[in-house]
Each structure stands twice: as C-alpha cells, then as structure tokens.
Design a binder for this molecule. Sequence first.
Ligand code: HEM
Length: 326
Amino acid sequence: MGMTLPDPGLGSPTEAPTTPRGDDRRQAGGDPDRWLLWTRWLGWATLVANTVLVVTGGAVRLTGSGLGCPTWPRCTEDSFTPHGAYDVHSIIEFGNRTLTFVLVAIAFATFFAALGTRRSRLIRYAVVLALGIPLQAVIGGITVLTDLNPWVVSLHLLLSLAIISLSVVFLRRIDQPDPAAARGPVAGLAWATMLSGWVVLYIGTVVTGSGPHAGDADSPRNGLDPLQVSQLHADAVFLFIGLTIGLLFAVRAVALPAESTRAVSWLLGVQVSQSGIGFVQYFTDLPVVLVGFHLLGAALIAAVLTWAVLAVYLPKAPAPAPAPAG
Ligand code: HEM
C-alpha cells in the first residue's frame, strides 16, 4: 500500500554523489564524496528549515503576535527574552526569533561541508545562503521597529522565498557541477514562467498587506483595495498557470529528459492546489488556518518553480545506457 514519492531531481540525502566535473578537478586529498553527502543533507536541512521559518513567521502574524516582542534586537527594553508581564504573543514571537539560531547552526555546518568538497561554486552558494540570515534578522528588526509596515513585511517574506529558491539551486549543483545550459524558445518559456511566478508571489504579499491579518491590531495597512489587489493576484495566477501548461507541452514536444516533464507537472499540481486554497480562503473571509496553508504553498511554489525551471534550462544528462553484456 506504500505511496511512492517523486524524485525531486535534487538527489536524496543518502544517495551517493555522482562523480564531479568542472571546478571539482581542483579537489585534492580528503574524502570529497563524504563531504558531498554531508553537503546534500545540509542543503536539504537549509531548505526545510527556511520553509518552517516561513510557516512560523506566518503563525506570528496570524496569531496577532507581530509585536509580542515590542522591540529589536532585544525582546523588551531591558531583556533579550520575554518574561514578567509578557504573554503568549511574546512567546510565539520570541520562539520565531529563536529559530534564527537553528538557521545559523545549519548555515555554518553547510559552509564547512561545502569547504570540505573544495568546490568553489558550492562554497559561494553556501556563503550567500548564510548571508541571507543576518539580512533577514535585520529586515525582521526593521519590521518590528516600523510597527509591522506591510511593505517591509512583504520584503521579509520574499527574501525567505528567495533563500528557499537558492537552496534548491544549491542542492541541484551538487549533482550538476558543470551543467550545459539549454537555449531557444523552451528555455525562454521556462524563464517567462519563473518571472510570472515571482510576480504572483509579490502581488500575493501586497494582497496580504491590504487585508486584515496585519500581525497586530494597531499596525498600518497599505491602503489598497483588497478586492482589486486580489483580482490582480488571481489574474497573474492565470497567466502563471497558462505559461506552465505551455511549458509542459513544450518539454514534451522537444523530448527533454523525463525529469524535466516530471518537474513541470509537479509545478502545475502545486499551482492548482495553491489556487484552490487561495479561492476558498478568499470566499470564506480568510480563516487563519487556510491562510497558513497558503503561506506554506507559497514556499512550495518557490521551491518547485526553481526545480522546474532548472530541470528545463539545465536538464540532467540522460543516464548512460548499460554496457552490452558479454
Ligand atoms: C499559484 C498560485 C498562488 C500563489 C503562488 C500565491 C501566493 C500568495 C502569497 C505569497 C501570498 C502572501 C502570503 C502572506 O503574505 O502571508 C498570498 C496571499 C493571498 N492570496 Fe495567493 N497565491 C496563489 C493563488 C491565489 C488565488 C487563485 C487566490 C484567489 C483569489 C489567492 C488569494 C490570496 C489572498 C486573498 C491572499 C491574502 C491572504 C491574507 O490576507 O493573509 N491566491 N498568495
């Protein structure tokens, strides 16, 4: 009865790494395969931890705990932790801040594992992923200090989604040190799909900024009409889905590897589910549980969209045919 999970084309953490090429020729000494295995585990940990952070950040907003710690970097004027008169909102907001330390630990471990592989590209990606954490901490701080200004909240979420996307690039690079880029209209269509996806994600955050879930009862809203921005968001979604369907036909027509078709099909599946949640939450006055799932869906879209575009733009070489017996 077991369900077979799809291969996301990022390699499973336990899978033995493929022999690297390109910048890996510089490897000398050590056991790079062992480091690659660690790097893959940690790349997955980065992806999962940032997705969890998006959801816990959403929980802060949706429980009205955005100013549970009213200042930054301290939680209160005289303490880094909530105590005394502070309530459940402080604990939720403080819990979300504490997750930063988990991310820092994973980022350090990822950087050292990447160093062990001696692959300069992986090291560079690990550094950029790690730098995203202090940047997010500062934007999180500005979010609190501006009383949850919706444009800053939007930037805060978009940066997390960008880090999720980069984690997918990082994971894929482990198996593809020196991929050959596809050219032509199908690659162009993949990039157009990517662009439309990010426009949808951005407008989604603007819809939130116009809506009721500000994170604190006294926080400002962006002043736009929620109805009109939701309409624009849904229109952009139709374009995004249309381009994805076009891409699916295109990858089949040019006979790209099966992984490319699988990735684009997954993107379409996540889009349809996410849109279903979007419509239901819209017509049921935004219940917090559905809004939380929509946020998780946004993180999944950022990850699967990156996978799909990479699977088309930098397709994996087909596995070599088995040598004839005898
Ligand atoms: C691929 C499809 C979709 C994606 C990737 C997406 C993405 C997003 C994102 C990133 C947000 C901001 C979340 C936040 O700031 O917490 C959002 C909010 C929202 N989306 Fe979507 N969305 C999609 C489809 C839809 C559809 C079809 C609707 C239908 C109208 C919809 C309605 C909404 C609403 C009402 C909000 C505001 C929620 C709130 O006030 O907290 N979404 N969306």
